[in-house]
Design a protein around this ligand. Structure first.
Ligand code: NAD
Length: 500
């Protein structure tokens, strides 16, 4: 059985651990590898490597770090196809979607190439007579990232390019369900010429995460995953005096107004609800048509389109949706569909009926696109994150009802409105209590030079990822006030300094 290891000090590093976790190919259902679940001693090696590299790395000019980042950008572009295949094999998403994820990650590397500009400080001349003040942003030191299974390249790339560009050393703890991508880009980072030790990968589970949380030499943690774990990371990280940004789960609503272009809306909804088998934190899992006529038209068109949804392995170029990540996750999603039925929602399209026919893929973790109508706000399928291809329709009488429903939901990651009316769109953007808002855009993932993050139970901490917020998260502010050279010469001053 292939074994997936750590990456420390610029090389693949076997672990002393006896504990391993299985890695599957979700398209076939077969176990294809096992990943080591690292020990505290493995983490210590990564920390030691980072500590050794940091003095030179922190004091390297941002322009030099930017040149390394440019080389990494080139290597990632050259190897994007191979990286996408690695992702698709362990995650299950179709190859084109995996390539899309890699592209969105590469955009953060492009952003990080601007390190010299991003790290420029501020200067005020003469804050008082002959006294100047300037502020600089300095790296934190060693920072860590703990990432989820659903974007094994993009989510780590929300973090490490910015952390490295700012002069930190970065330790990644990727998801144990699809760990191979991390070793692939670790090798590209090495090839680009980054010093050994500034980027490490520690494979593992809760034990490794807890070791990171408690380690006194790690200054900050970026986390992306489910809400209960995000809350745990935030609270525990804060307890150990770390800076934490912890992004959690989601339940993203899309409002459809009566004036929306229904064909375009249904196309957008299909991709947003069923793309990547619904395993996206920005997937639309609740559609909220306003008015009965809107609901009926939407339902009819959606059911027609769902009948043509092409499900297949990630290697099938025709497939629009692949399998779920593991058999356990498949059971969980099917369990939610059962719950929806017993709670009284109308199961219009039942994905549990789906059987994969393609030879060799019969045992993959597939489920069909599922659609519930007449969902109500007290049902578990509405309140909780399912993280599968299950779309709930909840009918609203008015725009205000729809907005209130979203604002009262526990999560606040992403949302969208489909309308031709500027007034509805503007009011929506203004009133909605959600971090990322789309107007006729179903998955409004901010570009790399803006920042990504939700509100409410979708983010703990106060910094969003990448963009300007990422730079702030990975640096600390120092403000220097200086007087040259005559002040001291005139003798000591015992009065509280004020502006003269
Ligand atoms: P998860 O919370 O199970 O795991 C995330 C990471 O935490 C993994 O690296 C895992 O090893 C680690 N982990 C798991 N249990 C832990 C524990 N008890 N203590 C410490 N660490 C632990 O999430 P997942 O299933 O890998 O990913 C799916 C979730 O991630 C969904 O809820 C999804 O919405 C969320 N997500 C959110 C965003 C966002 O931007 N808000 C983006 C992607 C995914």
């Amino acid at each position: 059985m292939k074994k997936i290891h750590n990456y420390i000090q610029g090389a693949v590093a076997p672990s002393s651990s006896k504990r391993v976790s299985p890695v599957y190919n979700p398209a076939t259902g077969e176990q294809i590898a096992e990943v080591v679940l690292s020990t505290d001693a493995d983490l210590q090696k990564a920390v030691d490597a980072a500590k050794a590299a940091l003095p030179a790395w922190m004091s390297m000019s941002p322009l030099k770090r930017s040149r390394l980042m440019n080389r990494l950008l080139y290597l990632l572009e050259q190897n994007a196809g191979e990286l996408a295949s690695i992702i698709s094999e362990e995650h299950g998403k179709v190859h084109s979607d995996a390539l899309g994820e890699v592209t969105r990650g590469i955009e953060v590397v492009e952003f990080a190439c601007g390190a010299p500009h991003l790290l420029k400080g501020e200067f005020t001349e003469n804050i008082a007579t002959n006294i100047d003040s300037h502020s600089v942003r300095q790296p934190l030191g060693i920072v860590a990232g703990v990432t989820p299974f659903n974007f094994p390249a993009m989510v780590p790339m929300w973090m490490f390019p910015v952390a490295l560009a700012c002069g930190n050393a970065f330790i990644l703890k990727p998801s144990e369900r699809d760990p191979s991508a991390s070793l692939f880009y670790a090798d590209l980072i090495k090839q680009a010429g980054f010093p050994d030790g500034v980027f490490s990968v520690i494979q593992g589970d809760k034990n490794s995460v807890d070791a990171i949380l408690k380690h006194p030499d790690i200054s900050a943690i970026s986390f992306v995953g489910s809400t209960p774990i995000a809350k745990y990371i935030y609270e525990t990280g804060a307890h150990y005096g770390k800076r934490v940004q912890a992004l959690g789960g989601a339940k993203n609503h899309m409002i459809v107004m009566p004036d929306a272009d229904m064909d375009k809306t249904v196309d957008a909804l299909m991709g947003a609800a069923y793309g990547s088998a619904g395993e996206r934190c920005m997937a639309i899992s609740v559609v909220v048509p306003v008015g009965e006529a809107t609901a009926e038209t939407l339902r009819k068109k959606l059911v027609e389109r769902l009948a043509t949804l092409k499900i297949g392995p990630g290697t099938d170029n025709q497939a629009e949706m692949g399998p779920l990540v593991t058999a356990t996750h498949l059971e969980k999603v099917a369990g939610y569909i059962n719950a929806g039925v017993s709670e009284g929602a109308e199961l219009v399209v039942d994905g549990r009926d789906f059987k994969m026919q393609q030879a060799g893929f019969e045992n993959g973790f597939y489920i069909g696109g599922t659609f519930f109508d007449h969902v109500s706000r007290d049902m578990s399928i509405y309140k909780e994150e399912i993280f599968g291809p299950v779309l709930c329709m909840i009918r609203a009488e008015s725009f205000d009802d729809a907005v209130r429903m979203i604002n009262e939901h526990e999560f606040g990651n992403g949302t969208a409105i489909f309308t031709r009316d500027g007034d509805s769109a503007r009011s929506f953007a203004n009133q909605i209590q959600v971090g990322m808002v789309g107007i006729n855009v179903p998955i409004p993932v901010p570009m790399a030079f803006h920042s990504f993050g939700g509100w409410k139970a979708s983010l703990f901490g106060d910094h969003h990822m990448h963009g300007p917020e990422g730079v702030r998260f990975y640096t600390k502010l120092k403000t220097i006030t200086s007087r040259w050279p005559t002040g001291i010469r005139s003798g000591a001053d015992f009065v509280m300094p004020t502006m003269e």
